[in-house]
Ligand binder design. Structure first.
Ligand code: GLO
Ligand code: MG
Ligand code: MG
Length: 396
């Protein structure tokens, strides 16, 4: 770990709005073709270890911590009480809760299936999660409608399914308004999370942009309560530019929450640690978010590789992911304040000074040298990322 460099103290790490998911630390390394490689973990251990590392917030699916059959029953209240106790003991806050609507067999036909009883069950589940969220003091509820789609074409009618899905979100928002009023708390921020592939063959809301259109479609009774939780890798997976997807969400006023990780274009959802694959892109993402004063959570939706031991999950995976985020965040601040990038950007914005807006050739001539600054800015960002702007030590 010393050799990895960039280790920050837990008190420093806690200053950043980072959250650690229960499911990320408890991920056992399993997949369709992979058996688990690590032992199971409960919330007590995960909360304790996050606290030691200095991850100040914790997030969970309902069924990460409550057995499906106990949801909404007395046993749920007991477990939620214990979670609240563990959070208090370790001075962690629950920032977000999310409903698992993809794993259990009941979701085989999606949470917006034809059978009305499935849809009533989905409403019960999202309302129940809202209640858990208020009980634990959360500010956000996330929905990843991964199973909203189909394997075989033609049986599912898309407009009908999307209307039914909206009914579940409406039920969650309505319940939220009631509980928030009763508890004198603000309502939660409800965040949709898109993923282009998996676990259905075809997904009805595959991108953050599709979700923005859905929020504005008129199907939601409280569109003002609903925004996005984009995930970095999910936008990269379909071939998009995550920074551009985030920019569109910012313009729409819908960037509520952000799942941070890394991976590869047009591959499966590997959820690698932030900046391990695309550090330059990550630097640029954080420049955008810092310059727009994004102040929502950064949720470490990260799967420690199955080659990492349980010891490694807390000694290597999470501390390094947190520290790389902090380093890139601070570098983004450096890039924003960098006098060279500023001078180049100002010069570009001032324009070349051509005076006749009808003369294309004159405009090209006036801007030709200025536009070289695009490449110069890119070189400068790489210098900042690699620390080259601090000088060089020669080996010969
Ligand atoms: C899976 C998603 C998943 C969500 C989680 C929160 O690919 O990233 O982990 O983030 O269910 O709703
Ligand atoms: Mg995610
Ligand atoms: Mg993912």
């Amino acid at each position: 770990m010393k050799a990895c460099g960039g280790s920050y103290a837990p008190a420093v790490r806690r200053k950043y709005y980072l959250s650690g998911p229960q499911w990320a630390a408890a991920y056992q390394g399993q997949a369709l073709f992979h058996a688990p490689t690590r032992e199971a973990l409960g919330f007590e251990q995960v909360i304790e270890r996050y606290a030691e590392i200095g991850i100040g917030h914790w997030t969970t699916h309902d069924t990460d911590v409550i057995p499906t059959e106990a949801l909404g029953k007395n046993q749920q209240a007991e477990i939620v009480g214990k979670i609240a106790g563990a959070l208090r003991k370790h001075d962690l806050k629950c920032s977000m809760v999310t409903t698992e609507t993809f794993y259990h067999a009941v979701w085989a036909g999606s949470p917006a299936a034809e059978a009305p009883e499935v849809r009533e069950y989905a409403k019960f589940r999202v309302r129940n999660t809202v209640e858990i969220g208020h009980d634990l003091g959360a500010g956000f509820a996330v929905y990843w409608p991964g199973s909203l789609g189909y394997y075989v074409q033609g049986a599912v009618e898309e407009t009908e399914t999307l209307r039914w899905y909206a009914e579940a979100l409406n039920a969650a928002c309505d319940r939220d308004i009631e509980v928030a009023a009763a508890k004198k708390r603000p309502t939660l921020k409800h965040c949709l999370e898109a993923k282009p592939f998996e676990p259905q063959a075809e997904i009805l809301l595959p991108t953050s942009d599709a979700m923005l259109a859905f929020i504005a479609s008129g199907l939601l009774t409280h569109p003002e309560m609903v925004g996005l939780n984009p995930e970095y890798l999910h936008e990269l997976m379909w071939g998009g530019a995550p920074r551009a997807a985030l920019a569109r969400a910012l313009l729409a006023g819908k960037l509520f929450h952000f799942d941070i990780n890394d991976g590869y274009r047009l591959k499966h959802d590997v959820d690698i640690g932030v900046g391990l694959v695309n550090p330059l892109d990550w630097l640029n993402v954080l420049v955008l978010l810092r310059s727009h004063r994004y102040n929502g959570p950064f949720n470490l939706d990260y799967k420690p590789p199955r080659t990492t031991s349980l010891f490694g999950v807390f000694e290597v995976s999470f501390p390094t992911a947190v520290d790389r985020f902090i380093t890139l965040w601070e570098m983004a601040g450096e890039a924003i304040a960098d006098p060279i990038i500023k001078e180049a950007t100002d010069a570009l914005k001032a324009g070349g000074g051509a005076t006749d807006y009808r003369d294309a050739e004159a405009i090209v001539r006036a801007n030709r040298e200025l536009l070289t600054l695009h490449e110069l800015i890119a070189h400068r960002l790489v210098q900042i990322l690699l620390g080259l702007h601090r000088g060089r030590v020669y080996s010969v």
